[in-house]
Ligand binder design. Structure first.
Ligand SMILES: Cc1cc2nc3c(=O)[nH]c(=O)nc-3n(C[C@H](O)[C@H](O)[C@H](O)COP(=O)(O)OP(=O)(O)OC[C@H]3O[C@@H](n4cnc5c(N)ncnc54)[C@H](O)[C@@H]3O)c2cc1C
Length: 427
C-alpha cells in the first residue's frame, strides 16, 4: 500500500519525534470512528475520550498531513465571516450563541497545550494590519462588535503604534488581539494525537476511509480493515474527496502557499517583529506571517481556487514578502509548500448530521485553527446529547457555488479579483 509522507515543509523538518502508527488491518469495534487526524478530528477525539467514549481515528496519510500540519500557525479568533454577518443571516439569538463561542477555540488550544504539556512554541499576540482607511474603519467596528460579545484584550493601533510591533511601512494602523497568537501547527497536532493515545484512543495512519456503510450500525471500510461504530465523525475537510458526496456539493477545496526563510539573525528577527506577534493584513486575499521558534520568517498568502498546486511557490510568495519587508532581499528561502483549506460560499463552517449517527464539521474557509478546536468540543457535546451549540452551527444556511462544479473555480477567481481590486483602490 502507498505510504503518503508529509510535504517537504519547515514543519515536517522540525516536527517533534513521534511513534510509528500502524495501518488498520483488522476489524475493530468502537463507540466513535473519527475520519481524519487534523485538528477537527483530534479535537473531537480528545473531548470524546475525556467524556468516556471509546474512539478510533482513521487517517489517510499521517497525523496533521492536511491543513492542520501546514498552516500559518496563526491563532485567529472568530470565524471567516464575522458575527455581524451571522446576526444579519440568522438573527440575534443564534448570533448571541455563536458570538460567545467565537474566542473559545483559542482558549481550548491553550488549555490543551498546558494540560498535555504540548511543545509547540505557543506565543501570545496577533495583529490585524490595515492598509487603507476603509480597512481601519472595519477594524474599529470589529473591535466594538467583539467587545459586545465579551471579548476584550483588543487594542487599536495608529500608524506610529503599529510600527512598534511590525517594521513594515505599508500599514496605516491595525488591531492587536492579545488572545490571538501563534503555534507550530504540526507539533500541536502531534501533541494532540499523543494526548488522544494517552487516554486510550487508537489512531491508524495510512488508513483512508474508502466507504461508509450507513445505517443503524455504521461501518467504515479501509483498504485492509473495517471499523464498526455507534457514531462516525467526518473530519476530512479539503482532503476528503468524494467519500461523502453531500459534503462535496457545497464546498470547494482551495490552495494557499507558504514560504519559510533561513534562520534570521537575532537582530533582524527582533527588528521585524519585536514582540514576536503574528500578523495578517486585512486584504481580501490576505498576507500572513510570523517568526518561528528558531527565528525564521514564515510568510503565506494568495489563494488558488480549486486547489491546483502551483509549479513555483517561491516565485509567487517571495515578491509579496519583499513588498512587506524589502530588508529581506538577500535572505534565502529554505522551504515552500502548499496546503488546502475548504471554502464555503458563506465562508461559515458547515456542521451537521447525516442520518442519526454520522456527524461532520468542515469548511472554515481559511481561518480554522481556533474554530476546529471549538468544533471538536461542540461535536462531542452533541454526541453526549447536548446539541444546543451544535444546532446553532448546524442551522447556518449553506448554498452551492454559482456555476456548479464546472464553473465555480473561474467564478470564484473573478470574485476574488474584484475584491482584490477594491482593496488596492481602497474602496
Ligand atoms: C497553507 C495554509 C495556511 C493556513 N493558515 C492558517 C492560519 O494561520 N490560521 C488559521 O486559523 N487557519 C489557517 N489555515 C486553515 C486551517 O489550517 C484549517 O482550517 C484547519 O487546519 C482545518 O483542520 P481540519 O482538521 O478540519 O482539516 P485538515 O487539517 O485538512 O485535516 C483533514 C485530515 O483528514 C484526512 N482525511 C481526508 N480524507 C480522509 C479519508 N477518507 N480517510 C481518512 N482520513 C482522511 C486528511 O489526510 C487530513 O489529515 C490555513 C490553511 C492552509 C492550507
Amino acid at each position: 500500500m502507498a505510504n503518503t509522507p508529509y510535504p517537504q515543509s519547515y514543519y515536517a523538518a522540525s516536527a517533534n519525534p513521534v511513534p510509528p502508527r500502524p495501518a488498520l488491518q483488522e476489524e475493530v469495534q468502537t463507540d466513535v470512528c473519527v475520519i481524519g487526524a487534523g485538528y477537527t478530528g483530534l479535537s473531537s477525539a480528545l473531548f470524546l475520550l475525556e467524556s468516556g467514549f471509546k474512539v478510533t481515528v482513521l487517517e489517510a496519510a499521517k497525523v496533521g498531513f492536511g491543513a492542520s500540519g501546514r498552516n500559518g500557525g496563526q491563532i485567529v479568533n472568530s470565524y471567516s465571516r464575522d458575527i455581524d454577518v451571522i446576526e444579519r443571516t440568522v438573527g440575534p439569538k443564534q448570533a448571541q450563541l455563536l458570538g460567545h463561542m467565537a474566542f473559545e477555540g483559542g482558549r481550548i488550544i491553550r488549555e490543551r497545550v498546558a494540560k498535555y504539556n504540548i511543545q509547540c512554541d505557543l506565543k501570545d499576540g496577533g495583529v490585524f494590519a490595515a492598509l487603507t482607511p476603509k480597512q481601519m474603519g472595519h477594524l474599529e467596528s470589529q473591535k466594538r462588535l467583539w467587545e459586545r460579545f465579551g471579548h476584550t484584550q483588543l487594542e487599536l493601533m495608529d500608524q506610529k503604534r503599529i510600527r512598534e510591533v511590525v517594521d513594515c511601512d505599508q500599514y496605516i494602523g491595525g488591531m492587536l488581539d492579545m488572545s490571538g497568537g501563534h503555534i507550530h501547527p504540526l507539533n500541536l497536532a502531534l501533541g494532540e494525537a499523543a494526548a488522544v493515545e494517552s487516554l486510550g484512543g487508537k489512531i491508524y495512519e495510512q488508513s483512508p476511509a474508502i466507504r461508509i456503510e450507513r445505517g443503524a450500525n455504521p461501518v467504515v471500510h479501509t483498504p485492509q480493515g473495517k471499523v464498526r461504530a455507534k457514531f462516525i465523525i467526518v473530519a476530512g475537510n479539503a482532503y476528503l474527496g468524494g467519500l461523502v458526496p453531500e459534503l462535496a456539493a457545497k464546498s470547494m477545496p482551495c490552495g494557499t502557499q507558504v514560504i519559510t526563510t533561513e534562520p534570521l539573525s537575532d537582530d533582524l528577527a527582533r527588528s521585524l517583529l519585536p514582540q514576536d506577534y503574528c500578523v495578517e493584513d486585512c486584504n481580501y486575499l490576505l498576507d500572513y506571517y510570523r517568526l518561528t521558534g528558531d527565528k525564521r520568517l514564515i510568510f503565506g498568502g494568495g489563494v488558488v481556487y480549486g486547489a491546483r498546486d502551483p509549479a513555483n511557490i517561491e516565485a509567487i510568495i517571495r515578491p509579496k514578502m519583499l513588498k512587506a519587508f524589502p530588508q529581506l532581499k538577500d535572505v534565502k528561502i529554505d522551504y515552500a509548500w502548499t496546503g488546502n483549506f475548504l471554502l464555503t460560499l458563506s465562508r461559515l463552517p458547515q456542521v451537521g448530521r447525516l442520518g442519526d449517527n454520522i456527524y461532520y464539521s468542515q469548511g472554515c474557509s481559511g481561518h480554522g485553527v481556533t474554530y476546529t478546536h471549538l468544533a471538536g468540543k461542540v461535536l462531542a457535546e452533541a454526541l453526549r446529547g447536548q446539541a444546543e451549540r451544535f444546532d446553532a452551527f448546524a442551522e447556518l444556511p449553506h448554498y452551492p457555488f454559482p456555476g456548479g462544479q464546472m464553473l465555480r473555480v473561474p467564478f470564484s477567481a473573478l470574485g476574488a479579483w474584484y475584491y482584490s481590486l477594491r482593496d488596492r483602490l481602497g474602496f
